[in-house]
Design a protein around this ligand. Structure first.
Ligand SMILES: Nc1ncnc2c1ncn2[C@@H]1O[C@H](COP(=O)(O)OP(=O)(O)O)[C@@H](O)[C@H]1O
Ligand SMILES: [Mg+2]
Length: 439
């Protein structure tokens, strides 16, 4: 992409009401624009990051055996009346009437819709397990939308729903999601800690929140340091084999969010030097809730004994749009965003220090073509701007590499290559720089 033809509306200053660094940087780098409280338009750069995050989530869901569908944003109130949640959900639900006076709502989540889909087709234990997911916009009329897309009213969520014939099967489905989440966040270079979470009125021990550490986070976490340092399991595990040991290895170490925290247990289970207390951002949340929806909605499965029982269900959410902000909270400096390679909107920024200079233009075009071919998605700054402004805007938008091409360097046969994360700059011939970026 050439900046002269692009739409990247960067701002020198963020609006004063943007309180946390990710919100300020998202506005300044031109990733999003607020249209109403908690409702955002995604501008080109922000949309590219959102799509990359979405794609990582999708690939890891698919790897773990989940199947993608797309459910509507508007749902029938009658389905929620069946589950008994229509009246309970309260003011967070945006309720709508169509021209026939039928009650609709903008989905805050999709347990009812997916249960309705499932019960329409699946009857036998032979068809299980199933895990259906979608990546779709949700609406929750939060009382206090804040921190930009971190806590929006409209936000993009990946929500998966598992269906099993019994509790053992449901636990295996849960384990697949638990481990897939660790891999998902690791690919975004995030260290996500699975903490025990409140299961609400359903009870049971099967709910975890995935928290990434950040001072501005809304949750407080208490965790054993060994868990914080334990890596993700990696993609090459036997997804349909016994995953319990891999999950146990992690869940036996203490980790809880504030509402589940038990100080006495923490002190008993973690020696003082292993106790970590920190703030964090919830980027994912998984639940096993059994028959909560399948029973009232009569999503029943015939077992091998021929007896029909409600399907055992779980649900698994990832805050896709929240992750854009969470990654920035975890990776930035005073000059701007530092995107991890895997979600960067473009792989490299080429800075043309003197547009109109034939040699500089030619070198930039050569770099642009080579990097495009290598799949590095270059963004060429060919605007008629001062070098200082170009450096500042590329630092702000945070692409992993900057390739700086100007008349002085070229006269000596060199360009400059800068690594955004470290600030390290090195002069070298163009061909050598291209080899570093795209080995
Ligand atoms: N208002 C919001 N804005 C952005 N992301 C959200 C919002 N609410 C929830 N999410 C994301 O969606 C994921 C799944 O949501 P869920 O756990 O159902 O919500 P809650 O934590 O409110 O119970 C959360 O872990 C979070 O990452
Ligand atoms: Mg949650």
């Amino acid at each position: 992409m050439r900046l002269s033809r692009y739409f990247m509306p960067t701002l020198r200053d963020a609006p004063a009401d943007a309180q946390i660094v990710s919100h300020r940087l998202m506005l300044r780098a031109g990733l999003v624009r607020q249209e109403a409280a908690g409702i955002y338009a995604w501008l080109p750069l922000g949309l590219r990051v959102l799509r990359k995050i979405e794609q990582i989530v999708r690939e890891e869901m698919d790897r773990a055996g989940a199947v993608e569908i797309l459910m509507p944003t508007l749902q029938l109130a009658d389905l929620w009346r069946e589950s008994g949640r229509y009246d309970d959900y309260g003011e967070e639900m945006l309720r709508i009437k169509d021209r026939h006076e039928r009650d609709l709502l903008y989905g805050p989540t999709a347990e009812e819709v997916v249960t309705d889909i499932f019960r329409s087709y699946v009857r036998s234990y032979k068809d299980l397990p199933k895990n259906l997911y979608n990546i779709q916009w949700k609406f929750r009329d939060e009382r206090r939308p804040r921190f930009g897309v971190m806590r929006g009213r409209e936000f993009l969520m990946k929500d998966a729903y598992s269906f099993d014939v019994d509790e053992a099967g449901a636990r295996a489905s849960y384990n697949r999601m638990f481990l897939a989440y660790l891999n998902t966040f690791a690919r975004m270079e995030l260290q996500a800690i699975p903490v025990r979470a409140d299961t609400g009125p359903i009870g049971g021990d099967l709910s975890h929140e995935f928290i990434i550490l950040a001072e501005t986070g809304e949750s407080e976490v208490f965790a054993h340091r060994d868990l914080v340092e334990m890596g993700a399991p990696g993609p090459d595990i036997d997804w349909f084999g016994d995953l319990q040991p891999l999950v146990d290895q992690r869940t036996r170490l203490y980790a809880a969010s504030d509402e589940m925290h038990d100080q006495a247990r923490f002190e008993a289970e973690a020696p003082p030097e292993k106790r970590m207390t920190a703030r964090g951002i919830e980027v994912g949340h998984i639940f096993y809730f059994g028959e909560k929806y399948s029973k009232p909605m009569k999503a029943v499965i015939a077992g091998s004994d021929g007896v029909e029982r409600p399907a055992q269900m779980g649900s698994y959410g990832v805050g896709v749009s929240r992750l854009v902000a969470a990654i920035i909270e975890a990776s930035h400096d005073d000059a701007g965003i530092i995107w991890p390679e895997s979600v960067a909107p473009y792989g490299v920024g080429i800075i043309n220090l003197r547009p109109g200079d034939a040699a500089v233009d030619a070198a930039c075009e050569r770099a642009y073509a080579a990097l495009t071919t290598a799949g590095k998605e270059p963004l060429l700054d060919d605007r008629d701007e001062r070098p200082g402004a170009k450096f500042a805007s590329l630092d702000l938008v945070g692409l992993p590499w900057q390739l700086i091409i100007g008349p002085k360097g070229l006269a000596e046969g060199n360009v400059e290559l800068k690594r955004r994360a470290t600030g390290e700059r090195q002069a070298m011939p163009l061909e050598a720089a291209l080899k570093v970026i795209a080995p």
